[in-house]
Design a protein around this ligand. Structure first.
Ligand SMILES: NC(=O)c1ccc[n+]([C@@H]2O[C@H](COP(=O)([O-])OP(=O)(O)OC[C@H]3O[C@@H](n4cnc5c(N)ncnc54)[C@H](OP(=O)(O)O)[C@@H]3O)[C@@H](O)[C@H]2O)c1
Length: 283
């Protein structure tokens, strides 16, 4: 019986747009060992970057997006959201119903992609975050009905970049944009507060950065090592009655930091909606 890896090995995978995210995807596929290098084709707007990336990753490049589509079963669209319509609309008829089309474009809804590429029936909107570069991404995706029978191997392919989560497009995807994509930035903001406070107490910026990083990584690693244990329980375990952590937590709650963060998340979600509407006029 064919395994999902066997299926992946038979796919010709085209990556259109090899910027930051396109290269993160390319690197994850190659390093995984399950996507043969010779099955990958790339295309890019500027020829210079195309040649450089093809050389660095030792993959084949083609000069046009049409050629990429013609020679691939899986087409990964790695252009910026504002460039997507211009890149795809003139060549939309090159797609056929056997193509699996994976859009990485943030803010472009699945329904818009389905309208833009009506010939393709297996379309996925995929949202990795920047940690894809180090294969520690959260990858949210939603897919058109036609892709249903292919999701096992597609999930395995995407999991070369990290942890894959299926969501419905709309509110759920928007939540992932905020909590996962922007989430990395929000965590850095919190880390800055940690570092600065340590700095005010005389600890050098370099050591404070390392301490902060280790604290966040340690907390995350302990939570990961105990998947059945809730965050509340983990918190209880590190908080002794009337102790130091308890005093700090009391203040965090009095100051309504949760409320402040919720407002910020909602603001970010509103911005995501706005940008989606300005980037593409497919509807
Ligand atoms: N970076 C992230 O962390 C991240 C996270 C989540 C989602 N994404 C999504 O990933 C996509 C790419 O983002 P990015 O940060 O990688 O942007 P980027 O570095 O600017 O890469 C985009 C690439 O697309 C190429 N391109 C533009 N128009 C093209 C066309 N018509 N045909 C072929 N190639 C074309 C560009 O070529 P040039 O060499 O001419 O510029 C560039 O190399 C976006 O849709 C973004 O929403 C990115």
């Amino acid at each position: 019986m064919m395994t999902t890896h066997d299926v992946i090995r038979t796919q010709k995978i085209g990556i259109m747009g090899v910027g930051n995210m396109g290269q993160a995807v390319l690197s994850a596929f190659i390093d995984s060992g399950i996507v043969p290098r010779e099955n990958i084709i790339i295309a890019n707007r500027s020829e210079r970057k195309l040649k450089k990336v093809a050389n660095e990753f030792q993959v084949r490049s083609v000069n046009t997006n049409e050629q990429l589509i013609d020679e691939s079963n899986v087409v990964i669209i790695g252009v910026k959201p504002q460039d997507l319509y211009q890149a795809i609309e003139p060549i939309a008829s090159s797609f056929h119903e056997d193509h699996v089309v994976i859009s990485l474009a943030a803010g472009i809804p699945l329904a818009s992609l389905e309208k833009l590429i009506p010939n393709a029936k297996k379309i996925l909107r995929v949202l990795p975050n920047t940690a894809a570069k180090i294969k520690l991404s959260v990858i949210a995706y939603s897919s058109s009905a036609g892709a249903t029978h292919h999701l096992k191997w597609i999930e395995d392919l995407l999991s070369t970049m990290g942890f894959v989560v299926a969501v419905e497009d709309g509110e759920m995807m928007e939540a992932m944009v905020v909590a996962s994509s922007s989430g990395i930035g929000f965590v850095y903001e919190l880390m800055m507060y940690w570092q600065e406070w340590l700095g005010e107490r005389g600890i050098s910026a370099n050591i404070a950065k390392q301490v902060t990083t280790k604290v966040f990584a340690g907390a995350a690693a302990m939570a990961e090592a105990a998947p059945q244990v809730s965050f509340e329980e983990l918190l209880r375990k590190v908080t002794s009655l009337k102790g130091v952590t308890a005093a700090g937590l009391e203040s965090i709650r009095e100051l309504e930091i949760e409320r402040a963060l919720r407002i910020s998340f909602e603001k970010a979600a509103m911005r995501d909606k706005e940008l989606g509407q300005t980037w593409i006029k497919i509807d």
